[in-house]
Design a protein around this ligand. Structure first.
Ligand SMILES: [Zn+2]
Length: 103
């Protein structure tokens, strides 16, 4: 069974955008992996590397866009669907909709 990652700061289940490995110092293996959700990263920033640990082994960020963007402007198909709902049918991308751009 898969466990859902929980944000270390607000405690909510989330799709984390940042991760950090906690080393106790006694063992060469990390003791714990913690996550931070997008709103908390916006509030507090990404994790700071632990003192004495190489930054690339200490903390990092997950890729920003998953799945890969469908549209040239970086929007995914899901983003596009949400955008269409919010704007009642107006597309963010005139070329994809078939409407020629007005120059
Ligand atoms: Zn959070």
């Amino acid at each position: 069974m898969m466990t859902m990652p929980k944000c270390h700061d607000c405690g909510r289940f989330c799709r984390p955008v940042a991760w950090k490995l906690i080393y106790s110092g006694a063992l060469p293996e990390p003791q714990e992996e913690i996550y931070r959700c997008a709103p908390c990263v916006e509030k507090h920033g990404s994790f700071e590397p632990q003192h004495g640990i190489k930054p690339e082994y200490s903390c990092g960020k997950f890729p920003a866009v998953l799945p890969a963007p469908t549209f040239p402007d970086g929007m995914t198909a899901e983003d596009d669907r949400r955008f269409l709902e919010l704007t009642s049918g107006r597309t963010h991308n005139a070329k994809v909709s078939g409407v020629p751009p007005q120059d």
